[in-house]
Design a protein around this ligand. Structure first.
Ligand SMILES: C[S@@+](CC[C@H](N)C(=O)[O-])C[C@H]1O[C@@H](n2cnc3c(N)ncnc32)[C@H](O)[C@@H]1O
Length: 313
């Protein structure tokens, strides 16, 4: 079912325009998805250009394998393995790295993937169901403290304590009820534990986001890929990151700001301005979806794209 579902690429032209500064460069698309950005990058590159794309999701990989283009390589790995993946291919420097974070519409819309609280399905939530622990497996073993922290920190959920308690209480009944292994039941338990409703938001939204981030180690892997992308960028190379919630956008913003402000200097030492090392990154800007895109693609509403350029070695 998964591959028939469509993904509407967000900020397509904006991202590709910001990314591709020379048509014969080597580029990375860390989040292939259904290849919207990748195809547009390939269309812009010359014969000498190259694109290395990553995705954790076997369904995304199947779509990518259908691209017959000698300039294109797909890697079934987390983008966190960017550095070793480039090294094995003998690539030292790249002209740009694009990350369009989070989950794709096919992942969200297929109940069998277990990401959605809207349709009942197995409680999985792994971008790569062939590796690691599913959401159901984690919920079956996590302590109440761990559940509270994940739901509070990754979901920014006010009722994290109450939800964690309810989950542990449900687990105590596993002999009678069987394991908690469906998205529908998780959504019901959360809805009962959340005491006040946010307008226009399902009460399970925050908890599902939190568990998904935890199961896929999304924030930790983002930190790793930002460092690796920065280290691999050639001078003039671009880092383009599209985020969909404040936790990931904050990490991207802080990362770019930290590298754009130059190394820490001991101001008590007599240093002339000309001796100050230049900051390695220049922040180019922040872009949101325009009115036309917002109208046709509701997913674009929460998208924020940040762009920075490597200006010094
Ligand atoms: C928003 S979609 C990307 C859509 C894509 N830009 C397009 O136009 O079709 C995000 C994709 O990134 C993948 N993904 C998310 N985190 C990842 C990670 N750490 N490593 C590799 N792929 C990841 C997901 O599996 C999903 O397919």
């Amino acid at each position: 079912m998964g591959n028939e579902l469509q993904h509407r690429t967000v900020l397509l032209e904006e991202a590709v325009d910001a990314l591709v500064t020379r048509v014969d460069g080597v580029y990375v698309d860390g989040t292939f998805g259904r290849g919207g950005h990748s195809r547009a990058v390939l269309a812009k590159l010359s014969e000498a250009g190259r694109l290395i794309a990553f995705d954790k999701d076997p369904q995304a990989i199947a779509t990518a394998r259908a691209i017959e283009d000698p300039r294109f390589t797909i890697v079934h790995e987390s983008f966190a393995s960017l550095a070793p993946a480039l090294a094995t291919r003998g690539i030292e420097r790249v002209a740009g790295v694009l990350l369009d974070l989070g989950v794709s519409s096919p992942q969200l819309d297929d109940p069998a993937r277990g990401f959605s609280f809207r349709a009942d399905g197995p409680l999985d939530m792994r971008m790569d169901p062939t590796r690691g622990e599913s959401a159901a497996e984690w919920l079956a073993r996590a302590s109440q403290q761990e559940l509270t922290e994940v739901i509070r920190d990754y979901g920014e959920e006010r009722f994290a304590v109450q939800i964690a308690k309810a989950l542990v209480a449900r687990r105590a009944e596993s002999d009678r009820l069987g394991p908690l292994d469906s998205t529908g039941e998780l959504a019901e338990i959360v809805a009962r534990a959340v005491k006040t409703r946010e307008k226009g938001k399902d009460p399970a939204t925050r908890t599902f986001q939190a568990i998904r981030i935890y199961v896929n180690q999304e924030l930790a892997e983002l930190q790793v890929v930002l460092e690796a992308a920065f280290a691999s960028l050639e001078q003039g190379g671009r880092l383009v990151v599209i985020s969909f919630h404040s936790l990931e956008d904050r990490i991207v913003k802080r990362f770019m700001q930290a590298h754009a402000s130059g190394p820490a200097i001991d101001r008590r030492l007599p240093i002339r301005a000309v001796d100050l090392p230049a900051a390695p990154l220049r922040i180019i800007g922040r872009v949101f979806a325009g009115a036309a895109e917002l109208e046709s693609n509701p997913r674009a509403r929460s998208a924020v794209m940040r762009v920075a350029e490597r200006v010094a070695p």
